[in-house]
Design a protein around this ligand. Sequence first.
Ligand code: NAP
Ligand code: GCO
Length: 265
Amino acid sequence: MTMNDFRLDGKIALVTGASYGIGFAIASGFAAAGATIVFNDINQELVDKGLAAYKEAGIEAHGYVCDVTNEEQVNNLVATVEKEVGVIDILVNNAGIIKRIPMCDMTAEDFRKVIDVDLNAPFIVAKAVIPSMIKKGHGKIINICSMMSELGRETVSAYAAAKGGLKMLTRNICSEYGEYNIQCNGIGPGYIETPQTAPLRERQADGSRHPFDQFIVAKTPAARWGKPEELQGPAVFLASDASNFVNGHVLYVDGGILAYIGKQP
Ligand code: NAP
Ligand code: GCO
């Protein structure tokens, strides 16, 4: 092994929903390792915002509007990327939403929407890129799972069901396409400081920390929230040749939450 095994030079990476947040951080890490970055987001305003952010970071990214739940848009995206940029070597299924509603108050429509973005879409996008990966003789698929791939909590029934399913979709893609030198793994971020978790970290009226913020700090051995940049190393590893015999694995990047009963109050 050489350190080049951890490089991504000459590789084309598609990161979904990567105008900001975890997707942007992972794509930026890939760029630092030499990859060409392709990303999508749900509207042109977000894509433009993302392109400006990548440019500011010195990254010439390729941005496209695509709703990952729309199979026709996804297939068009992949065909356009293959024509304009090249065949996708690395896919990160990052785009995701969450709805925090007690299950019995959640509509079936809300439940379906979360499942659609967080589980059906990774299926659709992976299905769109695998044929070209097979032709090319290699591929890397990284599904962004969650603590909720392993644990439940109040108000996130749809999200936990989706992320639990995404863990098993990861294992199934591994099982079905490993023989074509395609590795499909998951990354399970812990509690990370992004817009998606901002409501859980809001300061209270009296200036105190949000109760959930205090809860997570007590549940995390690192005694802090993670930063999106802390996912870059694990993602580069799973996207690189250094992980060619790692398949069907979910790498939890959680500061130790899953190993810890939590600090005694
Ligand atoms: P975020 O800040 O909400 O960003 C999610 C991105 O996905 C946004 O750009 C969003 O666009 C985009 N998106 C949503 N629906 C889409 C669709 N149908 N088509 C295309 N793009 C779509 O979330 P994040 O915190 O960075 O999380 C990214 C991923 O990590 C998600 O899968 C999340 O479940 C997972 N995760 C997050 C944490 C955490 O603590 N933050 C921990 C574990 C796992 P809009 O702005 O239009 O919504
Ligand atoms: C929540 C949070 C979590 C994180 C992440 C944890 O409401 O509990 O949003 O779900 O987003 O998935 O790994």
